[in-house]
Design a protein around this ligand. Structure first.
Ligand code: ADP
Ligand code: MG
Length: 353
């Protein structure tokens, strides 16, 4: 019942469908069922698909647990929702945290450090000033931007993962928008594995994807990568048991006086990051890392981003950069997974070493 109330609270329609049963190899009696649901959460549309063996009630139970987990994370991690742990931290300068929030803040801070602040989860006052949270867009003047940039500094955020507490100086604020969907994908994948589900495609919106296993027929999942300069798809990444994060200036932006301003900010300037890239796609074992890194690499640009990739093999990520002139740059592992879509065959693809 609490589950249902949660839906009503969100005012969402749940599309719960049981798709056609697929025959299993060997023709045994049990059948692989496709479970599919769409929800609106974390300011985006999410599509969760998985395949499992009957009984149907058990599969529905798994599906409900996935949806409940997303809403539970949103309730804790939203920067805008009054009553969330993050809201309390930003309002009061300190907060008690659930283990999940403490874990995500700790891991996000590690990524901020690893990327030397290209990812900085204390950019929130600047995100607010540009109106990206509310849609009341405005262009702050130079003096305001300088003041905002001076206030972005993740090292001022203090998280105690043992006590599950966090503190932040007055005037500063945290926003986990760059990492939450990737983290949610990791948690959902774990839930599915615990339920012995070995085939799932979790589309967490805004090009944040997590796949579990392969397709029911054993072939890899095929994930489309959007053309940042158009409506179509540049190509497809084929993968098994991995996460994907894409960040691009086309995902959330506004235009004023002929200029385009997007939602990924350079923490050094508090203004939209203009690094010569139009999108970055990151594939790897951790959704949190893929999500956070796609944002950070978009800020860094091609050269610095490539250097970062070379010096961090432990992250096991593969990258696809798209530059403003439309050229694609891929790491060797990405080159193996990626193929250009129809209509894009003439696109230049450079392999990074
Ligand atoms: P999306 O949310 O569209 O998938 P990202 O994962 O790239 O895109 O995250 C962008 C969000 O992260 C922004 O909406 C903003 O809230 C926040 N943000 C913007 N710039 C930065 C940055 N340099 N570091 C950390 N968070 C950022
Ligand atoms: Mg991101």
């Amino acid at each position: 019942m609490a589950f249902r109330a949660n839906y009503l609270k969100k005012g969402l329609a749940l599309a719960l469908t049981l798709a056609t049963a697929l025959p299993l190899l060997g023709g045994c009696a049990s059948q692989n069922k496709k479970m599919e649901t769409s929800i609106f959460a974390m300011d985006t549309v999410m599509n969760l698909t998985f395949y499992g063996v009957d009984p149907e009630a058990a599969l529905k139970g798994v599906q409900e647990e996935l949806v409940a987990e997303i809403y539970s994370l949103e309730d804790k991690l939203s920067a805008t929702e009054e009553g969330s742990e993050l809201y309390a931290l930003n309002e009061q300068g300190q907060a008690s945290l659930s283990p999940e929030t403490a874990e995500l803040l700790t891991q996000a801070l590690e990524l901020c450090e690893l990327t030397h602040g290209a990812l900085d989860i204390t950019a929130y006052p600047a995100v607010l000033a540009w109106g990206f949270t509310t849609g009341d867009y405005r262009v702050p003047d130079q003096a305001e931007l300088e003041q905002l940039a001076a206030g972005i500094d993740y090292t001022q955020l203090d998280v105690d993962p043992e006590r599950c507490t966090a503190r932040i100086p007055q005037g500063m604020a945290v926003d986990l928008g760059a990492v939450t969907k990737g983290y949610a994908g990791d948690r959902l994948a774990r839930q599915l594995e615990q339920a012995n589900i070995t085939s799932a495609l979790l589309d967490l919106g805004q090009s944040t994807i997590r796949v579990v296993g392969s397709k029911p027929d054993g072939s890899p999942w095929r994930i489309a990568v959007q053309d940042p300069a158009g409506e179509g798809y540049l190509g497809v990444v084929e993968l098994t048991d991995l996460a994907v994060g894409t960040s691009g200036g086309y995902q959330r932006f506004f235009e004023q006086d002929g200029e385009t301003y997007w939602h990924i900010l350079d923490p050094d300037t508090a203004a939209p990051a203009r690094s010569g890239l139009t999108s970055v796609t990151v594939v790897g074992p951790s959704g949190l890392v893929c999500d956070g890194l796609s944002t950070a690499l978009f800020v860094m640009g091609l050269e610095e981003g490539t250097r970062f990739w070379r010096s961090h093999p432990e992250l096991e990520v593969e990258l696809l950069f798209v530059t403003e002139d439309g050229t694609l740059y891929v790491t060797p592992g990405m080159d193996e997974m990626f193929s250009l879509a129809q209509g894009y065959e003439d696109r230049e693809v450079q392999v990074l070493q």
